[in-house]
Write a protein that binds this ligand. Structure first.
Ligand code: SAM
Length: 331
């Protein structure tokens, strides 16, 4: 049977799961990109050395070169799995300087990129190399696996359906507070990385900017002293007096504005625009999920409060005296 058409259509990620995966991917790639090798972004453990995929191990074993953020950590991991692939450094300080070298190597063979721990490119070097490789037409292939922010999010007990990843907050307090002020009304769950020596200050700033919200402080995930503290910001400040280890903070998004505030705001806007009470009550009720009768009552109260003379200054209030209209509103 001629497998080539099948291989050609099949995504590499599916083929890689097959026992003859290496052969199949090479064949597919050779057909698609005759002159190009691939840059593999390989996720590695964030603590527990068992947290590495079979595919990651195979790629690290088969590529002719590994670019590693920390060559010592990389060699320890590789040694643990009996992998002898040559390693070159690729870190924050040399990440731009090293691009021509790595692109030249990518013309001759595959390169795997790994960070010190977790997923390359997530607060670790990778972005510039991905852009350079993609621009040069080199296929960039993800080899997914551990990542501290995602591990923390899923154990946090906070909503995971929509979240915002903020990485490290600025070190300077004024900048950090500005950043937090910009995030204060963000309704999605927020994920931050933090160093132990800045944890207390950051928790303090979080409480100042966000109020005492629910949060999870995830420490040393997948390691011996793994700890997931679920509570609120104030109790976390009390709990982590002398923080040690690596931390991810997962903070609840801003709570929705209380319905009463929303309704009051919408009524004020409608009255200012001169909307008749019935129409305003219907619109505000629909927009806020409040009953029309309750909104209508509030409209009356607000117009009386602002024009106590007879309560008939605004068109809304004049119209509210119409019995037909009142009946319509209260139905
Ligand atoms: N690229 C990495 C990843 O995908 O996990 C993140 C790299 S970032 C430079 C390192 C930060 O991630 C640490 O300072 C800490 O905030 C967090 N981190 C890494 N490993 C962790 C762990 N085992 N438990 C908790 N946080 C961790």
């Amino acid at each position: 049977m001629n497998l080539l058409p099948v291989i050609f259509r099949c995504p590499p990620s599916l083929l890689l799961g097959h026992p003859r995966a290496a052969w199949a991917t090479s064949a597919a790639r050779a057909l698609r990109y005759p002159d190009l090798m691939a840059l593999y972004l390989v996720a590695t453990p964030i603590g527990n050395l068992d947290d590495i995929t079979l595919r990651a191990l195979r790629i690290l074993r088969e590529v002719p070169l590994i670019a590693a953020e920390d060559t010592r950590t990389a060699r320890r991991l590789l040694q643990h799995y009996g992998i002898t692939t040559p390693v070159t450094s690729y870190h924050e300080q040399n990440k731009r300087m090293k691009l021509p070298f790595l692109l030249a190597r990518l013309r001759e063979g595959d390169v795997a990129l790994m960070s010190e721990a977790g997923t390359p490119g997530i607060n670790d070097p990778g972005y510039e190399l991905v852009v350079a490789a993609a621009t040069a037409g080199v296929p960039v292939v993800p080899v997914p696996g551990p990542s501290a922010p995602v591990a923390a999010l899923i154990v946090s007990g906070l909503p995971t359906d929509r979240f915002v990843y903020e990485g490290f907050l600025p070190r300077r307090r004024s900048e950090r507070q500005r950043r937090l002020a910009a995030l204060a009304s963000e309704p999605r769950t927020l994920v931050f990385l933090e160093a132990p020596h800045r944890l207390q200050e950051t928790l303090e700033d979080l409480e100042l900017s966000f109020g005492n919200r629910p949060l999870a402080v995830c420490r040393e995930l997948t390691k011996r002293h793994e700890e997931v503290f679920r509570g609120d910001i104030a109790s976390a400040r009390a709990h982590f007096r002398e923080p040690r280890g690596e931390f991810v903070l997962v903070v609840a998004g801003a709570p929705p504005a209380p319905a009463t505030e929303l309704v009051a705001h919408a009524i004020d806007q409608g009255l200012a625009a001169g909307l008749p009470a019935t129409r305003l009550a219907a619109a505000v009720a629909a927009a806020t999920g409040t009953s029309r009768r309750a909104v209508y009552r509030q409209i009356l109260e607000r117009t009386r409060a602002t024009s106590p003379s007879a309560g008939d200054v605004s068109p809304a209030h004049k119209r509210s005296r119409d019995p037909t209209e009142r009946e319509h509103v209260c139905r």
